[in-house]
Write a protein that binds this ligand. Structure first.
Ligand code: BES
Ligand code: ZN
Ligand code: ZN
Length: 493
């Protein structure tokens, strides 16, 4: 996609489609739009009346102007209330307009949209992200891909000075999100521990990151042995891969950060096999945390901040076989702590326990993990937002701010120590399941036992990793949730 900026207004541009927005409760057309309306013989005002167009967020309208004039079609988008407008609303509006342009078969598209806070660079980045994310389609598994010729070839942002850096940033960000979407949406017979390690190698090669993949024997040797991670991996016919990508800036890093992702390329539940109706067929998405981590690694490799970042995932699949974990088994994690496996389907926290112990040994300033950890978090918060647990108020505030700019919803949850009782085991140090109530909290508390002193945050992304229907920048399917929040967090650190 070719992105350009121009200082031209919407009255001076010529091309196939001109997209612009109207705020809710804006009773009169702005001066520019009134003039545009005159040029099209009052048809714009008529359309607004006909459609009863009120500027409601996400509502759209199309006016065919004809092939003679400077513009073939006018595309209207509702922007919601003016006072609520911000970066993410601009991103979403751009996504909707781009999709509309594709539907209307427009090759060139101009966007004339308000700039949040008058910030041109931010606006350009948001519009690029919106267009690239909104137009994303995944046809890898169709034998005959749909014709792509209707997708706009060039998008011009009106009323802006040159914004090459912001455009490049938006493109890098969108490519990272789209990589995560592809990884999550790919079935478990395509994305598995071996291919995911290969993807990490590709990212390392492109972005100048270093890659270390710990094979099973190396995982056995780390600390007191990664018994929790390897216990989960035992029933798979594929080798586990412990992925560790490192981005180092050229100068001295301002901060050292680590991001850890749950990487179950398939979660059958293990011997506590997921039953019919439990969504077992959707469990290819159980590496959504790892996908966000890899997507973020790709973006960070391109944006080159002054921060050292470690990207980590203990990757395997949770399967059944004669070698599988038995419910009731006791495992020893790399820090020597023992865990009774109350339920083999609570496997994510087992893999993360060892990943967190490894990560803390790197002596970083903060650790953030992302995991499709619990159905309980989806019950609590639905599929629009992730839950956030943190041992540090500062880190929590940083993440909430990063998520806000990203347009990825995140909600703070409690690390209620009282519930630790629920995961104490009569036979071992800990049990990997607690009582039914507060299941997302006990999962977070379990993880906390494997981080000693480094400020740490945990995002349970089981809900927002997947969308059932199109909404804003997301189509139906994998969302790439977390990539933008992670990148924003690293960039502002
Ligand atoms: N991968 C699942 C969690 C999940 C559920 C992700 C729905 C995405 C959508 C996780 O490994 C799991 O199975 N968790 C169990 C934990 C239980 C056995 C304590 C759950 O949430 O039911
Ligand atoms: Zn599970
Ligand atoms: Zn799982």
């Amino acid at each position: 996609m070719d992105f350009q900026t121009t200082s031209k207004s919407l009255l001076d541009w010529s091309g196939d489609g001109l997209g612009f927005g109207l705020f809710e409760e804006a009773t009169e057309l702005t001066a520019d739009l009134a003039q545009l309306n005159q040029r099209v013989a009052g048809n714009l005002a008529d359309l607004i009346i006909e459609l009863e167009f009120k500027g409601k967020e996400g509502s759209t309208g199309v006016l065919r102007v004809g092939s003679q004039g400077p513009v073939r079609k006018l595309l209207l988008i509702g922007l919601g209330k003016q006072g609520d407008f911000g970066a993410d609303k601009l991103r979403r509006a751009s996504a909707t307009l781009a999709r509309l342009a594709r539907k209307e078969k427009l090759k060139t598209l101009a966007l004339s949209l308000p700039l949040p806070g008058g910030d041109q660079a931010l606006a350009a980045q948001m519009m690029v992200e919106g267009v690239e994310l909104g137009l994303y389609q995944d046809q890898r598994f169709k034998s005959e891909p749909e014709d792509k010729s209707q997708t706009p070839e060039a998008v011009v942002f009106l009323g802006l000075e040159p914004q090459a850096a912001a455009i490049a940033k938006g493109q890098a960000m969108a490519a990272g999100v789209n990589l995560a979407r592809q990884l999550v949406a790919a079935p478990a017979n395509v994305v598995n521990p071996v291919t995911l390690a290969q993807t990490a190698a590709d990212i390392a090669a492109q972005g100048g990151l270093s890659l270390e993949v710990l094979e099973q024997e190396e995982c056995e040797k780390f600390g007191q042995g990664m018994g929790a991670f390897l216990g989960v991996a035992r029933a798979s016919d594929l080798p586990p891969k412990f992925i560790h990508l490192t981005y180092k800036p050229t100068g001295t890093p301002r901060r050292k950060l680590a991001i850890v992702g749950k990487g179950l390329t398939f979660d059958s539940g293990g011997l506590n096999l997921k039953v019919a109706g439990s969504g077992i067929e959707t469990m290819k998405m159980d590496m959504g945390g790892a996908a966000a981590v890899l997507g973020a690694a790709q973006v960070i490799g391109q944006l080159q901040p002054d921060v050292e970042v470690h990207f980590i995932s203990a990757v395997t699949e949770n399967m059944i076989s004669g070698r599988a974990l038995h419910p009731g088994d006791v495992l020893t994690a790399a820090n020597g702590k023992t865990i009774e496996v109350g339920n083999t389907d609570a496997e994510g926290r087992l893999t993360l326990a060892d990943a967190l112990v490894f990560t803390e040994s790197l002596k970083v300033d903060a650790i953030v993990d992302l995991a499709t950890l619990t159905g309980a978090c989806v019950v609590a918060l639905g599929d629009e937002m992730a839950g956030l647990w943190s041992t540090s108020k500062t880190l929590q505030a940083e993440l909430l701010e990063a998520a806000e700019l990203a347009g990825e919803k995140l909600w703070p949850m409690p690390l209620e120590e009282k519930y630790l009782e629920g995961i104490k085991s009569p036979i071992a140090d800990w049990k990997n399941v607690g009582p039914r109530g507060g299941g997302a909290i006990t999962a977070a508390l379990f993880l906390k036992q494997f981080v000693q002193e480094t400020p740490w945050a945990h995002l349970d992304v089981a809900g927002p990793v997947w969308a059932d229907k199109e909404n804003g920048c997301n189509g139906a399917g994998a969302t790439g949730y977390g990539v933008r929040t992670l990148v924003n967090w690293v960039m502002s650190s």
